[in-house]
Design a protein around this ligand. Sequence first.
Ligand SMILES: [Zn+2]
Length: 390
Amino acid sequence: MTEKLFYKDSYIEEFEAVVLGCEARISKKGEKEGYEIALDRTAFFPEGGGQSGDVGWIQGVEVIDTKERGGVVYHRTKEALPCGTHICGKVNFEVRFDRMQQHSGEHILSGLVHKKYGYANVGFHLGEDATTLDFNGELSKEQVEELEKLANRAVFENVSVEVCYPSKKELLGMEYRSKIEIEGQIRIVSIPGYDVCACCAPHVKRTGEIGLIKVLGCERHRGGCRMTIACGMRALMDYRQKQRSVSEVSVLLSAKPERIEEAVLRLKEQQGKIREHLNRMQAAYLEQKLMEIGEDAEQVCIFEEDLDGVAVRNFVNGAMERCKGICGAFVGNDENGYHYILGSKHMDVRGITKEMNQRFQGKGGGKAEMVQGALSGRKEEIQAWLLENG
Ligand SMILES: [Zn+2]
């Protein structure tokens, strides 16, 4: 069994120990995957309680992960160290502290949710990018805001985080979260006034060290909800990134940062008006085109760079009333291809559409009276082909 220094003090960054074992790891595919080093004592926390295994260095050899099996902590490395070597271990404390901040922050929020709404934390993921908490009940936006406020009050109060190892008998009389049957000693992490929970991971000493606890989002998830949070430096980085976005949008909109929402709404309103205006213009333009079609027109074919789909269809419908042959509208350009509508009141247009698609690498189809699709080719060639074959 490895002596676990992280349980004596979660702030031990450097320690001395002796290598007790060093074995090559073989992957399931039979490939060599570095080494697993066992020490007589370690400050490296192995994966557990939702928190990943520590990274760092043993005698300058990089530790990429830490796992525990049967009470022995294994340090995964790329290089070997001989048994009996006296080593100096160094936990990457920047990574560890960040994880402790997220994890302690999670306990406060989960404790508050449990206390106020009776929901249990049914899933916890502490990733490098995001920390998520799953609860077996839904929370409204207002409830989340209130919880966030209370969680940060716990931070300002700088409550001490206490760890204890109660006996089986003492446990029976205790109220705590994460009651699952575990063999052996149960470790209880308490944040007085906020949470009592069974947990095997290292935590900060006082809640003030967590820094800001920010809820980034909370959405419905499997009958309950999933909350995404950021604590400490992660919350600061998130704030910084969002502030940068707001500043940039504010410059683009020429609006004060606190008024960008208004500015975007105004912009959307303007856009709607422009679209309406454009639609009217297009309709008038196509109406004009329609008037130009002679009573005895044999074929109608227009090419336009950019037109609204509904307006184009209206045009073809109108043209079909006036023209004996095929009525076609092509929207696009030679470079990117054309969307087309073909229609006729007097003939089945599906046959010619098939031929046209073959000739111009197109696709599409429809009813005898009207088809639509897309093709690529040069305007002059399409026009000439239609005139000849239509
Ligand atoms: Zn925990």
